[in-house]
Ligand binder design. Structure first.
Ligand SMILES: Nc1nc2c(ncn2[C@@H]2O[C@H](COP(=O)(O)OP(=O)(O)OP(=O)(O)O)[C@@H](O)[C@H]2O)c(=O)[nH]1
Ligand SMILES: [Mg+2]
Length: 536
């Protein structure tokens, strides 16, 4: 909080303030004692203190004291990589300013810093132009101004005492009064300081020392406060600049909500023809993997029903969507665990094990429309080249499109029953948080090796989820207890992908607005022309 130097200065300032009062207390106490009033005075003081403490405690209990909100400026979690990269530039600039590497001593310094911020963010989005800050449409800029003004109003309304009562005229009067009295006060105080020296040199010296120490402590605190404020303004402004230059800003919230509702309705209709006007919360999970990896069986197992067609032959030759509902409240007989919303499960045709990229296209197209991806890898198939290359293709696509967020990926290891010893099926098997040296059954050992191989072959990070399952109709295992909780854990991320996807789709259709503008402009021109020639 405070640096060592500041602590010492504050301590000295406090002592210098307290010394006169302490002296008064001692002398006063002695005088009271001499007159025999000490105990009477002491009892009255104790009574008043107890009363005030009791009242303060009661008030504190009745109304929770509002904690001071620290100045927060975190990068929104639902931003795609391109926006996150812009945000790190904002952070870097804020750090440079607070560390003193960029001077912020005067208003001109501060203005130069903000201009640099605008240029850097604009350049991030439009590197091809030197004057990239011009690359933003006017309505977007106006919308940002609208948002900033709204925020400013809330700050003034909530934090400036009397803001709702004082008029502009009152503020002007206050300012004028301040301008008038401030020099007068300074003059009188200065005369007092000079005049009091011959009268009482010791107390004048004491006052000067006290003023100096307190001033030093205050200066340091003001410096820290200033650094914090500068950092806050850079972050806040950086946030709005990113919103502005990325084109993320939504001009018409109502229209966007309607367009999004219709899109969600269409998505739900792919799984169920009858959908309500206001679609419920849901996410779209795309299931991909090699031929016969057990994708359709996983959908069946997830839904707890056996509706998706499964076969020993390749049978899913086109994309098919299914709806999975969460457990209805209070339905204790339903074995399906509760999720925050519905799932639209998208079954895709498998790609072949050659991994030459020829048949990745249908799965890749679906992944681009996914909120979450389940990559099914069978324990029966040793070759994972195709899965690795498919994942590479997905990662590359999202790297090349940094304004999209890559959906969270869960790798599902299927056909666990086929692991050695093959004839043994005695679940549950330990697979998570297995400690080194822990005694495992042969099946559990094979399971560990399989999960490690999956991580290695697919180049997964240590935190990426890999869940083993069995989706054989008679040996279903680890769906409710392993897979569904993992889906729930990634729900927020999936929702962010979904929001970003809808926002992107909406922004990609500027023709709707253009058509409205042309219609309005033509209408008013015709009306004006008719009026001119006297027809209307
Ligand atoms: N032993 C065992 N068999 C399974 C498992 N999961 C699925 N199967 C069987 O494997 C076969 C293929 O499963 P599907 O779910 O159709 O596989 P798929 O990936 O959808 O296949 P395609 O759509 O053709 O690519 C079916 O006969 C399933 O019953 C499992 O975990 N263990
Ligand atoms: Mg299938």
């Amino acid at each position: 909080m405070f640096s060592r130097r500041q602590q010492v200065l504050w301590f000295l300032a406090l002592i210098s303030l307290l010394v006169p009062y302490l002296g008064l207390m001692i002398i006063g106490g002695y005088a009271l004692w001499q007159n025999g009033w000490f105990w009477i005075y002491g009892s009255v003081t104790a009574g008043v203190t107890a009363l005030v403490c009791g009242l303060a405690f009661y008030l504190h209990k009745r109304r929770d004291l509002q904690a001071l909100e620290p100045l927060k400026f975190e990068c929104p979690q639902d931003w795609p990589p391109r926006e996150q990269a812009a945000w790190s530039k904002v952070e870097h600039l804020a750090q440079q300013a607070t560390r003193g590497e960029i001077p912020v001593e005067s208003i001109d310094d501060f203005r130069a810093l903000l201009v640099r911020l605008v240029r850097e963010i604009a350049q991030h989005y439009h590197p091809e132009h030197d004057d990239a800050y011009l690359d933003t449409p006017l309505p977007q800029l106006l919308k940002i101004v609208e948002k900033v003004c709204q925020e400013l109003r809330q700050v003034v309304q909530n934090h400036v005492p009397g803001a709702h009562i004082l008029t502009l005229r009152d503020w002007r009067t206050i300012k004028e009064a301040y301008d008038f009295f401030e020099p007068l006060y300074r003059l009188i105080y200065w005369a007092y300081r000079i005049g009091s020296i011959p009268v009482s040199p010791v107390s004048a010296l004491w006052r000067e020392i006290r003023g100096f120490v307190a001033g030093q402590a205050l200066n340091l605190s003001v410096k820290e406060l200033k650094a914090e404020l500068v950092s806050y303004v850079i972050h806040r402004m950086g946030f709005y600049l990113i919103e502005l230059y990325s084109g993320r800003i939504i001009l018409d919230d109502k229209e966007f909500a309607e367009v999004r509702r219709q899109a969600e309705q269409r998505e739900l209709q792919t799984a169920e023809p009858e959908v309500p006007d206001t679609p419920p919360e849901f996410i779209r999970i795309v299931i991909v993997g090699q031929l016969k990896a057990g994708k359709s069986s996983l959908i069946n197992a997830l839904r707890g029903t056996w509706q998706a067609q499964t076969d020993v032959l390749p049978c899913t030759d086109q994309v098919q969507c299914y709806l999975m509902r969460p457990l209805a409240e209070g339905d204790v007989n339903d074995p399906r665990p509760v999720l925050p919303g519905l799932l639209v499960l998208v079954d895709t045709p498998g790609y072949d094990s050659l991994g030459d990229g020829r048949n990745f296209a249908p799965s890749l197209d679906e992944v681009k429309k996914a909120d979450m991806v389940l990559l099914v890898c069978s324990a029966r198939t040793a070759g994972r080249k195709a899965d690795h290359e498919f994942l590479q293709a997905v990662r590359q696509w999202f790297q090349a499109h940094p304004h999209w967020i890559m959906p969270p990926l869960i790798v599902v290891g299927s056909f666990i029953d086929e692991l050695r010893p093959r004839h043994e099926w005695n679940p549950p098997y330990r697979w998570r948080d297995v400690k080194e040296g822990e005694s495992l059954s042969p099946k559990e050992q094979a399971l560990q090796l399989f999960l490690e191989a999956l991580r290695r072959d697919l180049e997964l990070a240590s935190g990426d989820p890999v869940i083993p399952v069995c989706t054989h109709p008679e040996r279903t295992w680890n769906i409710a207890e392993g897979l569904i909780p993992t889906v729930a854990a990634y729900w927020e991320k999936a929702r962010a992908v979904r929001d970003n996807r809808h926002r992107e789709a909406y922004q990609k259709t500027p023709y709707r607005l253009l058509w409205r503008q042309v219609k309005n402009a033509t209408g008013s021109t015709i009306r004006l022309a008719l009026k001119k020639i006297g027809i209307r």
